[in-house]
Design a binder for this molecule. Structure first.
Ligand code: NAP
Length: 313
């Protein structure tokens, strides 16, 4: 099977991906953009990581576009993305586990004031703060998909008071409390001592975390954004932090990445910045996910992890 491997990676990173993918799907012939353009009618699948606009055009036999990344808002925003070709995103239990680790670290650090103590150490300040209990710390998780569910369950196992918010009403595993739909959001926000964002970036969620939503949180709440930077209205978040409405924000993702050197987040005393590392794609496990979908395509079986292009996730 001829497969286009296309993305904004450097030559060494691309070659590492090609070797890892070839090892788990040896029947594939892995083409770069130029090779695919030379034999367009042979290309059956494209494995992509932020491909250049137009890279997927003019491939008449294309039966699968498989993203190496979990978020596909960049692909969906590309007007040259061929319509009608199944688009699958990366869904990997190892990424979910990594996301749960990051969320646990952030929530534990906020619950127990460890960010404050790190700051105090830099200033040689010996000051003890009241110790909060996990079961009295209400964590509300926005988004209960692959990542949100893993995070909510890990926090629940750690003893936090956890509930989540999603679009479609349903029963959740392990007694997890759920709220569904736009009408339920104010109630969720009003309970959130710590708000963890794991929504996909869609027209409905872009800019969702704005002044009105921060005002709806309990005074002194904290935000953990591990999803996408454009969910947050940066000026509103900075205003809420400066006013003391929010006590801290842990931010892994930003509207512009890398975060520009002059951005106020870098030096804000109530902001912890991570360089988009909450849950990186692990090539070893991700390659297995890709190979399973390529084999399904080859066998004519249903493809997994299909993106609903209308919903945007
Ligand atoms: P997912 O499986 O598609 O789950 C999305 C969840 O959000 C679903 O529960 C969905 O509800 C809910 N949702 C979507 N639109 C909604 C709306 N308008 N109102 C209420 N709920 C809504 O996504 P995922 O794989 O968990 O990824 C979550 C986020 O993490 C994405 O933004 C992704 O880009 C990001 N991410 C970040 C990193 C990192 O390193 N920082 C790594 C991987 C992923 P339903 O279940 O009812 O459909």
């Amino acid at each position: 099977m001829d497969i286009l491997l296309s993305g904004t990676f450097g030559a060494r990173e691309r070659e590492a991906w090609r070797q890892t993918l070839a090892a788990v799907f040896p029947s594939g012939r892995w083409l770069d953009d130029a090779q695919a353009k030379a034999t367009p009618s042979s290309v059956r699948a494209a494995v992509v990581a932020n491909p250049a606009p137009g890279a997927l055009q003019g491939l008449p036999a294309l039966g699968l576009i498989q993203s190496l990344w979990a978020g596909v808002e960049g692909l969906l925003a590309d007007p040259t993305l061929p319509p009608g070709v199944p688009l699958a995103r990366m869904v990997d239990p190892r990424m979910n586990a990594a996301m749960a680790e990051t969320a646990l670290w952030a929530v534990l650090s906020l619950q127990r004031d460890f960010f404050t103590y790190a700051d105090q150490q830099r200033q040689r300040v010996w000051r003890q703060h009241p110790q909060r209990r996990a079961d009295e710390t209400r964590v509300r998780v926005l988004g209960l998909g692959q990542m949100g569910r893993a995070v909510a369950l890990a926090l629940q196992r750690q003893g936090f008071d956890v509930a989540g918010w999603a679009a479609t009403p349903r029963a959740l595993p392990q007694g997890l409390a759920g709220y569904f739909g736009d009408a339920a959001l104010p109630e969720v926000l009003a309970q959130a001592d710590i708000l963890v964002n794991l929504l996909p970036l869609t027209p409905a969620t872009r800019g969702l975390l704005c002044a009105a939503r921060f005002d709806a949180l309990p005074p002194g709440a904290a935000l953990v954004n591990l999803a996408r930077g454009a969910h947050v209205v940066d000026a509103d978040l900075l205003a809420a932090l400066d006013a003391g409405r929010l006590r801290h924000a842990v931010l892994d993702v930003f509207a512009s990445e890398p975060l520009p050197p002059a951005h106020a987040y870098w030096t804000h005393p109530r902001v912890t910045v991570l360089p988009h590392v909450a849950a990186a794609t692990d090539p070893r496990s991700a390659a297995e996910v890709v190979a399973t979908n390529l084999q399904a395509l080859a066998d004519g079986r249903p493809l997994a992890h299909r993106v609903d292009r209308v919903r945007g996730y």
